[in-house]
Design a protein around this ligand. Structure first.
Ligand code: UDP
Ligand code: MG
Length: 323
């Protein structure tokens, strides 16, 4: 049986060779399992690609897909799934934060009949307080907003059965939050706990703003409740405004001293303006994504492939560029 391991890499020159060695050691110790390593070079600007190409010369297990620019981890992962051929497919980060030692356990869960085996993090040492707090807040919010149950404290580290991969590839949306989409697919899913080590070398590719964008993508694509929040905010603000109007009219008609009130006016204008902008912002988040979807651009483009025998079809990718 063939196992595929997909590793998206963006500027990972400092660690990629080490990842390859540790992973290979584990994979070679598996009985009766042939494997392939599908590296997706997500537009790295450093020497990641040439290091991978060098390794590929020596080891035919390696396949490399180089994207034409940085498309982001979600697209790189998708590209990997288009190119993996295994009966079981593993997604993992290329920085050894997803320990390859967990792979044998994942395989035994899969053999028990689970279609998705995801890694759940018990500890995240050396990840900043801000990252841990915001990540926690994000999962709490998405839990309340969305009907899809996305397990907390998971990354993309998981094993998937071929049926799940095929199902995933039918989802063509641009706003991709891969782990959420996989939860949405259903099938029999289970988790395995692991301790997430610190990054061994190199830097995180997720500065705060990029994490925020991923969180916004996830919320908008998994819930329309923010739109309801906009409506609710609008009604509440109108209620307050109505009370203000009645008050102003009563004071104007029934008293002689109704001249002051500049403060109230100022507050009302700012308050209503604020609420309107928030609501427009929420609607804008959705419209922007509708716009991106209607353009139907390919999810990613390929610069070069290495390790794919000539003539071997990769129908999924050709389809993606056509549609
Ligand atoms: N990554 C990628 N494209 C990007 C950003 C990240 O392919 O635009 C890869 C990166 O090389 C790594 C994985 O996604 O293999 C996870 O990234 P990182 O380790 O920086 O995330 P963190 O562990 O800090 O959340
Ligand atoms: Mg990492």
């Amino acid at each position: 049986m063939l196992l595929s391991v997909i590793l998206p890499c963006y500027n990972e020159e400092q660690i990629i060779a080490q990842t390859y060695c540790q992973l290979t050691q584990i994979l070679q110790s598996l009985n009766n399992i042939d494997y392939e390593l599908v590296f997706i070079d997500d537009g790295s600007e450093d020497s990641t690609f040439s290091i991978l190409a060098g390794l590929q010369q020596e080891d035919p297990h390696i396949r490399i897909v180089q994207l034409s620019r940085n498309f982001g981890q979600q697209m790189a992962t998708t590209a990997g799934m288009e190119h993996a051929r295994g009966e079981a497919v593993i997604l993992m980060d290329a920085d050894l934060q997803d320990p390859p030692e967990l792979i044998p356990d994942m395989i035994s869960e899969w053999k028990k009949g689970f279609d998705v085996v995801y890694g759940e993090r018990t500890e995240r040492p050396n990840e900043g307080l801000l990252k841990r707090l915001t990540s926690r807040a994000f999962y709490q919010i998405i839990h309340h907003l969305s009907d899809v149950e996305i397990p907390q404290n998971t990354g993309d580290f998981r094993l998937m059965d071929r049926t799940v991969v095929q199902a995933f590839l039918t989802l063509r949306e641009r706003g991709r939050f891969v782990r959420g989409l996989i939860s949405w697919l259903g099938f029999r899913q289970t988790g395995l706990y692991f301790r997430r080590p610190a990054r061994q070398a190199g830097k995180t590719k997720y500065p705060f703003t990029k994490s925020l964008k991923l969180a916004a993508d996830a919320m908008v694509s998994f819930s329309s409740r923010p739109l309801k929040l906009a409506t609710w905010l609008g009604f509440s603000a109108s209620g307050v405004a109505l009370a203000g109007i009645v008050y102003a009219l009563v004071m104007r008609l029934l008293t002689d001293i109704w001249v002051t009130g500049w403060t109230a006016l100022f507050i009302a204008v700012l308050f209503m303006g604020g609420v309107q902008l928030i609501c427009m912002g929420i609607i804008g988040e959705y419209i922007g994504r509708i716009y991106a979807e209607t353009k139907c651009r390919p999810l990613y483009l390929i610069q070069k492939k290495l390790g794919f025998p000539n003539g071997e079809p990769s129908p999924a990718q050709d389809k993606i560029i056509d549609d």
